[in-house]
Ligand binder design. Structure first.
Ligand code: ZN
Length: 452
């Protein structure tokens, strides 16, 4: 063995909690046993918990700048135990013309965690010059086909939709995208719904139709910011009923009661405050010249007009409903993280340790093994990553080693980039990226190209 991790408390989503040694050879787990074995390196882990590396099925990668892969988001991911990050969500992407170029760039520059990415549909649509509010007919849609197919041919894990950001996308257009993705077995659609709050159930119904009519697996993005406005119970019931009827649909949630996005987006169009039952003062400016200020009517309109890219945080959701989603057995935990130069929402640096420290340990809202399963095996199965999400022989050596009594997120809305505490080691493909509690970096992550 290259490495033997001794006497840790393993938390495996299938076998539960037990104490054993883990032997790693190359990038694989080669032994899980109470036996001792020879190894080049020994890591004593007694008193610590070891889980599979977290798979963040919904994050946002940093924008490419000056033709280099900006590692900011991947570094935050590694520090909170994420070993596989799924980007390209919400219809957005990295600012590169196509996903394939981005994959090549990551492979050239190296990344600290594994990465898979969706083809961002809204990005492609806008890139072709189509207005976000206008529906497209079939001749116009056919211009998009080669771009989407190219991304899927080069290994994108699916296509992401941002219906709320591009309201011009009709249900028919959405079904057209679904049929296209269906030609690629194992690929998904991740969908940022069309409406939140008072129209959220209607929005969810549309996504159930998408999965049912096209047969493509649909992953509903961050269900908290869609339904935690008094409608989480019926939303989860709707999803359960669809699943029981054989529809391939699931969802993820991030453990916060505030969402974050750019102020220029359609999310903040007229009527948003009425539907949330909130006002301008429920928003916090997360970057730019008003950073840290509570929003006012004047600031809101000025930024919408003059700095529409500005990230905002909106405290508009009900925490008990976010917890309800966290506890639901079918819902995965994801970060939806996005920070730019250290500014943004703390979920991008704290989501996973927050669930373990706050909702499992302190508040006992959910069981540890259940929570770990929602961060590892559930997303692994959803993405058909058959060598990830468990601690067992033959699985990839992506691991998180943490102190259960100490693990907690430390980032907040004022200081969103502070790394969590309590995470002692993170291994990606058998190599440490976090060691003795500190991020040491690395480039052992791989781009996971689907269909390859
Ligand atoms: Zn989204």
């Amino acid at each position: 063995m290259d490495l033997l991790i001794r006497n840790g408390t393993i938390v495996d989503p299938v076998m539960g909690k037990f104490t054993a040694n883990i032997g790693i050879k190359g990038h694989k787990i080669n032994l899980v046993s109470d036996q001792e074995t020879e190894a080049d390196e020994i890591l004593e882990a007694s008193g610590l918990m070891i889980t599979p590396g977290f798979i963040d099925i919904h994050m946002h990668e940093s924008e490419v700048k000056n033709d280099t892969a900006n590692r900011e988001m991947f570094e935050y991911m590694a520090q909170m135990g994420v070993t596989t990050a799924i980007g390209g969500n919400c219809g957005l992407n990295t600012g590169l013309k196509n996903t394939a170029d981005y994959f090549n760039l990551l492979e050239k520059d190296g990344i600290p965690v594994n990465y898979a990415g969706y083809s961002g549909y809204c990005f492609i649509r806008e890139h072709c010059g189509y207005d976000r509010n206008s529906p497209l007919d079939y001749p116009k849609l056919s211009k998009l086909t080669p771009l989407i197919k190219n991304d899927l041919d080069k290994g994108a894990c699916g296509v992401s939709l941002g219906l709320e950001y591009n309201p011009g996308i009709s249900t028919e257009e959405m079904l057209w995208v679904g049929r296209l993705v269906k030609e690629y077995p194992g690929r998904l659609i991740s969908a940022h719904y069309r409406y939140d709050s008072n129209r959220s159930l209607e929005a969810l119904a549309e996504l159930i139709i998408l999965a049912r009519e096209t047969g493509v697996p649909v992953q509903v993005s961050h269900i908290g910011s869609c339904n935690a406005f008094g409608r989480m119970t019926p939303a989860l019931d709707m999803l359960d009923n669809a699943v029981w009827a054989g529809v391939d649909i699931s969802a993820d949630v991030y453990p916060y009661n505030a969402f974050s996005t750019m102020i220029g987006s359609a999310v903040f169009d007229d009527g948003c405050f009425e539907s949330w039952g909130k006002s301008y003062n429920s928003l916090l400016v997360a970057e730019g010249k008003y950073r840290g200020l509570t929003c006012t009517e004047e600031i809101f309109h000025e930024l919408r007009k003059q700095a529409p890219e500005t990230l905002m945080v909106a405290f508009v959701m009900d925490e008990t409903e976010v917890i309800e989603a966290l506890k639901h057995p079918g819902i995965m935990i994801a970060s939806d993280g996005f920070l730019r130069s250290g500014q943004g929402h703390p979920r991008g640096t704290g989501a996973f340790p927050r669930v373990i420290g706050k909702y499992v340990r302190d508040e006992k809202q959910l069981d540890l093994v259940e929570a770990i399963k929602k961060m590892t095996l559930l997303p692994a199965r959803r993405l058909e990553l058959s060598h990830k999400g468990r601690i067992d022989q033959g699985y990839d050596a992506d691991l998180v080693i943490f102190d259960f009594d100490n693990i907690i997120d430390q980032s907040d809305y004022e200081n969103p980039a502070v790394p969590p505490k309590g995470i002692e080691y993170v291994f990606v493909g058998g190599k440490a990226v976090v060691k003795n509690g500190s991020y040491i970096g690395g480039d052992n992550g791989r781009v996971i190209r689907f269909g390859k």
